[in-house]
Structure formats: structure tokens, C-alpha cells
Design a protein around this ligand. Structure first.
Ligand code: F6R
Length: 613
């Protein structure tokens, strides 16, 4: 939540910061602001999207600024407004800050500062932090870096910050705890971003700050990295980033979400690459070296949120079926506050696209007290969750920019299937024939995904027909139940239509009361499993006048006769089917939202990575 960008170096900074903020808009878009420094500090802010801010930057002088910090906000403390927008400045007007995160003890600090005569012009925790830094700097008569170090030791919360002092305009100081921060380095130019996408065009050399680290980016002394708790200097581990700028651009598609949906055949290949060997064997080195942890596991506990929770639920089904290990899925936000029973023979599997979700990170920290084996499934390489876990796998979906998760879900689900199959085979729970059969299907998955995407015209027509519905129900059984949940979440997120996902058989225990001619019901009714039970559920809906949109296996005749609209997917193996069946539901949500002219990539009130509780 919230994106920060900054630059100090030899080149003009305005354009870089504005473009960078646009790349980070997925992290929040309630308001935006920038501080540019030339002969003095110029502070500009605007409510809403970045283009509102851009319209305020015509002054010529701003083009010369070689130092600047910028922010795109997802409101936590205080409504989206001009005064709550970042950057915030200190009372003296010397210090400027942009902040992603939350300072939990800001109220007590604010009280102390008010007693000392400080005035506050916003409702934010960030304005408190910058004035605390100012107070520490004044009392201790120290420079910004030192003041920051002292101040950060007295705040509780999460932050990624960039701070600038007009009294020493040769440096920007950044620090991180809990929220992500990346620094791009190219000769004497330092780029700052909540992720590297703002600076990929300029440099691939990137330093990810770890928790409790701060860096002074100095035009005179270069980069100095320190731990702000121990005050020790740290060796810099600069990485060469592998991804390209095209991966974070729209590439001709109307929205990132649409691009990401159509990218899935390629993402599937990337997720599989190097993990299925020519002799039809799965190879995850992280499983090979930790197979005993799974063999001796009491149970597997998936912890995650939102879409990642849905992929985890599918993971539970896969692991129980193929590896025969008891498994359960937990909402990270519940787990962390529930005093859960964990023992050291449990394997905890945090699942996260961003790898930065605050609740999932907090659940990991809680679990660590009991010393279980922590095996992460993440997309973002080097993210906090990937570093907080003992081992794990990356899903290799590439950068996901659209706020609604699509390709990450597909790759998470695929990785769940491959991991459970690998472990099940190693533990002797899956025989050779089944092992080969599923691998053969996984190898065809990319082609299946392509086939489903070719159905887009049909799905678009269905979307047009139902775009004005006020409520939707999504039903699925077995492996398709998580898909019903995910389909409903996608629709409500981007089209603001109320939608509920339900296990199909549970319908008669309540939701059936909702069904009438105005209630479209999306039924995922692929062959095998509980197909015939689902046919009965469809009958029950039709008998009450409901409209049925059914996702069926190609060649289906039974449901075709009774459903109002049909989306066909290829005839695939039962365990692979949910991964494929989800794709048309992504398209259905997308087209409905597009017909309704919704802001698809940046739905209201949402942000891509939820780094606050
Ligand atoms: C839905 C969506 C969210 C995320 C959730 C967890 O489309 O994107 O529900 O899945 O916020 O995020 P990660 O996976 O980054 O931990």
C-alpha cells in the first residue's frame, strides 16, 4: 500500500519520479505528491490519480531539479485529501518525507511533540514521524542520518521511507522495516522505488533493503548502508535484476489485467521450466533437500490472504489427495490473533504473490516461535516472505501489476499441483502411472490455457448479457470449489457487483433462497468428480427461475441442455481442470467490469500489496 519513488543524481528528476509513480500506482491511488529540489524545495500535491499531480508541474524551474521524492497514497490514517497527501514536511520546513507503512505509536509521539510546541496540519502518522526526526535532530545536534537512526528506534510499526533535508541537499536517506524498498544504482545516480519497476529503464543494478536497514544516498560519499538498530555498517549485496521493462508495461492491451490474463500460457511455461525434466520427472531442489520435513509432517498449514488463500485451498485438496498429508488453510489475519496450536513437526506454507502482505508476514513471525518448518510459495523474488521462510519455491509468474490477481493464481495453483505430486511420488503415495499421467497433462497446460483464451468472444457476449445484474452466485464442488470462490472475488473486486462463491451442495442450506430470474449463477461443472451431483444442482437453480452460466468440459451434452449460457474448456485431467476452468471466469469478470466502465487495474479502495493490517 502506497508507493514511494525518489531520485538523487546528475539528471533531471521530475519525469523519472512522475513515470515511476505511475508504475507504482497499483500500490495506491487516493492521492499523489512530489517534492522537487532546485534552489529550494517545491512541494506539489493532488487528490486522486497521478495525472492530477502532473497537471500541477508546469513550472519551468521544476525541470532542473536533480533531487526529488514522490508518493502515491493508499489512505490509512486520514481521508484521501490534499493535506493528508505525501510528501510531508517538518515544522521548520527543512525536512521532507515520503512513507509507506504505518507508525502504530504515532499518537503518543504526537502528544509529546504537541507539548513541545509542534503543530500538525494533517491526520497522518507520517507527519508525526518527520517532526520526531526533526526534534531528535535539533536536540542531539546531529545530521539527518543520525537523527533518523535515533528516531526509528523509538517508533513501532512498519515503514519504507525516503527523507530529504534542505540543509544538506546532497543526500537522501532511506530506511525500511516491514514495507519494501529498492534502490537502483547507476554511477552517481540513485533511484528509489517501492519496487524496481520505476528504475528498470535506467539500471538493473538493485539493492533491496532488508528490515532494520537504512541507506544514505550521498552525491559526495556514495551509498552507505547501516543497520539502524545495531548501528553497524553492512556490506551491500547489489543484484542484477533479470526482468525487463516490457514486463511491467501494457504491451498494447487496454488494461494490465487483460494483458496478464492473456499472458498465462507463457507464465505456465515459465513456472514449469526446469522443474519437469525430459524423463517426465518433477524436480524441485527445495523439496529434494527437505523431503524429510514433509515425510515427518504432522500436518501442513497454508497461511495466506485473498486470492492466495483460494490457491492455498486448492493446495489443501491437492496435498491431501496426492501426498496424503493432512492439510489445512488459514486466513493469515485470523491465524495471527488466534493463539493457534503449532508444533515443530508442522510444515507452515505461507502463500503470497507480493511476498509483502502484512498479515501473512505477521502469521509467519508468530509461527516461528514454535519452530516449525516454513516453506514459502511467492511470486516476487527477494520479497520479505521469501526471506522469512526456511525454504520454498517461486511461482515465476513475472510482475503482476493489475490489482486483481490473475496469472499469480494460475501459477500458484500449478505449483501446488506440482509440489503435491512431487512429494506424493517421493513418499510412495502416487504410483508411476498416475504420476506420468498428471505430468503429461501439466505439460499440455499452456496449450489448454491458450485454447480457453480463444473463447474470449463468447465470454464477452455472456458478459454483455449479464453486466447489469446486481448479484451473482458462483458454485463449484471438490477442486472447483476454490475456483467458485476465486471467480466471485474477481467479479466483486473489479465490477463492484456483489458475488458469492459457495460449495454447490451448500446452496440448499441457505443461498437457494436468493435465486430468482435476476440472479445469474455461474456453475463450474467440469466432467468427473461430482459432475452428476452438479447437474442436480443446476436443475434446482433452473427450477427456481435462476439463470445458469456453466463452465463445462468440451463435448458436454447434459448441462448444455439446461444451462442458459455455456463456456467450454478442453477435456483435461480432473486435477488440472480447476486451473483451466478459472481462466474464463477471469475473462468474464474483466469484460463485465469493462462494459461497466470500471477502473479495472485500480479498483476503488484496493491496493496491490497489502502491507498494513
Ligand atoms: C485479489 C487479490 C488479493 C490478494 C491478497 C493477498 O485479486 O489480489 O486478494 O490475493 O491481498 O496478496 P498476496 O498474494 O500478495 O499476499
Amino acid at each position: 500500500m502506497c508507493g514511494i519513488v525518489g531520485y538523487i543524481g546528475e539528471n533531471p528528476s521530475k519525469e523519472f519520479i512522475i513515470d515511476g509513480l505511475k508504475k507504482l500506482e497499483y500500490r495506491g491511488y487516493d492521492s499523489a505528491g512530489i517534492m522537487l529540489y532546485t534552489d529550494k524545495a517545491y512541494l506539489k500535491k493532488a487528490k486522486g490519480k497521478i495525472y492530477n499531480l502532473e497537471n500541477k508541474l508546469s513550472e519551468k524551474k521544476l525541470n532542473n531539479a536533480k533531487i526529488g521524492i514522490g508518493h502515491t497514497r493508499w489512505a490509512t490514517h486520514g481521508i484521501p485529501s490534499f493535506s493528508n497527501s505525501h510528501p510531508h514536511k517538518s515544522n521548520s520546513g527543512d525536512l521532507y518525507i515520503v512513507h509507506n507503512g504505518i507508525i502504530e505509536n504515532y499518537e503518543s509521539i504526537k502528544e509529546i511533540l504537541i507539548k513541545k510546541g509542534y503543530k500538525f496540519y494533517s491526520d497522518t502518522d507520517t507527519e508525526v514521524l518527520i517532526n520526531l526526526i526533526e526534534e531528535v535532530k535539533k536536540v542531539n545536534k546531529v545530521k539527518l542520518g543520525k537523527a533518523l537512526k535515533i528516531a526509528l528506534n523509538s517508533v513501532i510499526g512498519a515503514f519504507a521511507i525516503a527523507v530529504f533535508d534542505i540543509k544538506n541537499p546532497h543526500e537522501i536517506v532511506v530506511a525500511k522495516l516491514g514495507s519494501p524498498l529498492a534502490i537502483g544504482i547507476e554511477n552517481k545516480n540513485f533511484y528509489i522505488g517501492s519496487d524496481p519497476s520505476p528504475f528498470l529503464n535506467f539500471t538493473k543494478r538493485c539493492l533491496y533493503l532488508n528490515d532494520n536497514e537504512m541507506a544514505i544516498l550521498s552525491m559526495k560519499k556514495g551509498l552507505i548502508l547501516r543497520n539502524f538498530i545495531t548501528d553497524s555498517v553492512i556490506n551491500q549485496k547489489v543484484e542484477n535484476l533479470k526482468f525487463e521493462i516490457e514486463q511491467v508495461e501494457k504491451g498494447g492491451y487496454k488494461h494490465f489485467m487483460l494483458k496478464e490474463i492473456f499472458e498465462q500460457p507463457k507464465n505456465i511455461i515459465d513456472a514449469i521450466r526446469g522443474r519437469i525434466l525430459d524423463d517426465y520427472k518433477i524436480k524441485f531442489s527445495s523439496i529434494e533437500s527437505h523431503i524429510d520435513k514433509f515425510k515427518n509432517a504432522n500436518r501442513l498449514i497454508f497461511i495466506s490472504c485473498g486470492t492466495s488463500w483460494h490457491a492455498s485451498l486448492l493446495g489443501e485438496y491437492y496435498f491431501e489427495e496426492l501426498a496424503r498429508i493432512p492439510a489445512g488453510v488459514e486466513y493469515a489475519s485470523e491465524f495471527r490473533y488466534r493463539n493457534p496450536i503449532i508444533n515443530e513437526n508442522d510444515v507452515i506454507i505461507p502463500v503470497s504473490q507480493s511476498g509483502e502482505t502484512a498479515d501473512t508476514l505477521a502469521a509467519i513471525k508468530l509461527a516461528k516461535q514454535f519452530n516449525p518448518f516454513l516453506f514459502g510459495i511467492c511470486n516476487v523474488v527477494g520479497s520479505s516472505i521469501s526471506r522469512e521462510t526456511d525454504s520454498g519455491v517461486y511461482i515465476h509468474a513475472g510482475p503482476e501489476i493489475g490489482v486483481a490477481s490473475t496469472k499469480a493464481f494460475t501459477c500458484q495453483s500449478l505449483i501446488m499441483l506440482m509440489l503435491s505430486l512431487d512429494i506424493g511420488y517421493r513418499l510412495g503415495k502416487v504410483n508411476d502411472e498416475k504420476y506420468k499421467q498428471i505430468i503429461t497433462e501439466i505439460k499440455k497446460l499452456s496449450r489448454y490455457a491458450k485454447k480457453v483464451l480463444e473463447e474470449f468472444d463468447n465470454i464477452k457476449k455472456i458478459a454483455k448479457k449479464y453486466k447489469n445484474a446486481k448479484n451473482f452466485l458462483y458454485l463449484g464442488r471438490g477442486y472447483n470449489f476454490p475456483i467458485a470462490l476465486e471467480g466471485a472475488l474477481k467479479l466483486k473486486e473489479i465490477s463492484y457487483i456483489h458475488a458469492e462463491g459457495y460449495p454447490a451442495a451448500e446452496m440448499k442450506h441457505g443461498p437457494i433462497a436468493l435465486i430468482d430470474k435476476n440472479m445469474p449463477v455461474v456453475v463450474i461443472a467440469t466432467k468427473k468428480g461430482s459432475y452428476h451431483k452438479i447437474v442436480s444442482n443446476v436443475m434446482e437453480i433452473k427450477a427456481r427461475g435462476g439463470k445458469v452460466i456453466a463452465v463445462v468440459t468440451k463435448g458436454d451434452t447434459e448441462i448444455k441442455k439446461i444451462a442458459d449460457d455455456i463456456i467450454e474448456i478442453p477435456d483435461v485431467e480432473e486435477l488440472v481442470a480447476p486451473i483451466i476452468a478459472n481462466i474464463p471466469l477471469q475473462l468474464l469478470s474483466y469484460y463485465i467490469a469493462d462494459f461497466k466502465k470500471c477502473e479495472i487495474d485500480q479498483p476503488r479502495n484496493l491496493a496491490k500489496s497489502v502491507t498494513v493490517e
